[in-house]
Design a protein around this ligand. Structure first.
Ligand code: SI3
Length: 299
């Protein structure tokens, strides 16, 4: 489980001008991330727009990620989000993830229907049983509407294959409680990037986040300072990160903003897919200033 600890970038979806998956753009971005020193990638999650893509597109995306990631000396740990409205699609994606050499799979509860804990448990179990890969629960109640109880978490964590939970709710108390319920070898990933340091301080083993991809260097600085006990410095870096996040959240869409920044840097990954909004031309100057600010923090 060591290979999952630390900073894991939630990968952005990459589209060409027509809005189709762009394997060349995916590989370009993964190549860049391989050079930053992050621990891994989380593919097809919220940031990765997995829920807005067909099963085939999700497979195509992962294949491009794996082809690039496995060519580099520094091996990124690739976690694949296979959450979908139906168990059937999730299982198909999990089997595919194993066949292309991913390191772990992860899933939210099946979305749209109001599901009982028993239903979510059986959904997750079907995914877990379909591969020999480790499984990471994705807890994001604000979008799924599903409240994960400590009881269900403990039952899931009792299985060897269930190695952790990614917590995107904003409660660090819940994070600490889930860590306690899962036990010392159970991984807890911080979800809200604006609380990376708070999450690490109260028990998270690392984080998976959607804004890491435009400023991995800053999250690596927080991580390094935290590991070396330099907490005042870690806090200063988190405050700088939060200045950026506040400005990103003020844009028409967070992922649109992140992608616009990467496009300015020449990555050419397209806009988010509707209903997520692109950044209008009138906001581009603001985005450019934000990019300059990030670069000034990184230097
Ligand atoms: O892409 C993913 O699956 C994530 O890692 C999601 C992540 O937890 C993000 N949360 C949401 C609700 O999207 C955060 O990275 C979030 O974008 C960030 O903290 C800014 O608020």
């Amino acid at each position: 489980i060591e290979k999952f600890k630390g900073v894991t970038i939630a990968m952005y979806a990459c589209y060409d001008k027509s809005g189709a998956i762009d394997p060349a753009a995916i590989r370009r971005l993964v190549r860049h991330y391989c050079e930053t020193g992050v621990r891994g990638l989380y593919v097809g999650g919220s940031t990765g727009e997995g829920m807005l893509q067909s099963v085939e597109e999700r497979k195509q995306t992962l294949e491009a990620v794996m082809q690039e990631a496995r060519q580099h000396e520094r091996q990124l740990s690739v976690i694949v989000h296979v959450g979908a409205p139906s168990t059937r699609d999730s299982v198909e994606l999990a089997v595919h993830a194993e066949s292309v050499g991913a390191d772990a799979v992860s899933a939210v509860p099946a979305i749209y229907y109001r599901l009982s804990p028993q239903s979510v448990e059986r959904h997750w179990q079907a995914i877990i049983d379909s591969t020999s890969l480790p499984f990471i629960i994705y807890h994001i109640p604000q979008t799924t509407g599903f409240t994960l109880s400590k009881e269900l978490l403990s039952r899931m964590a009792a299985q060897e294959k269930v190695i952790g939970v990614k917590i995107s709710s904003e409660s660090t108390f819940e994070l600490q409680q889930f860590k306690a319920a899962g036990g010392p070898d159970f991984l807890v990933f911080n979800g809200p990037d604006e609380q990376y340091l708070a999450g690490r301080s109260i028990g998270a083993d690392g984080g998976i986040g959607g804004t890491y991809g435009i400023m991995p260097e800053l999250f690596l600085k927080i991580e390094r300072c935290f590991n070396e006990g330099r907490l005042v410095e870690a806090k200063e870096w988190q405050f700088r990160v939060n200045e950026i996040i506040v400005e990103l959240l003020a844009l028409p869409s967070l992922y649109g903003g992140c992608k616009a920044i990467l496009n300015l840097r020449g990555f050419d990954i397209g806009e988010p897919r509707m209903p997520l909004l692109p950044i209008p031309e009138s906001d581009m100057e603001r985005v450019a200033r934000l990019n300059d600010k990030i670069m000034s923090f990184i230097e």
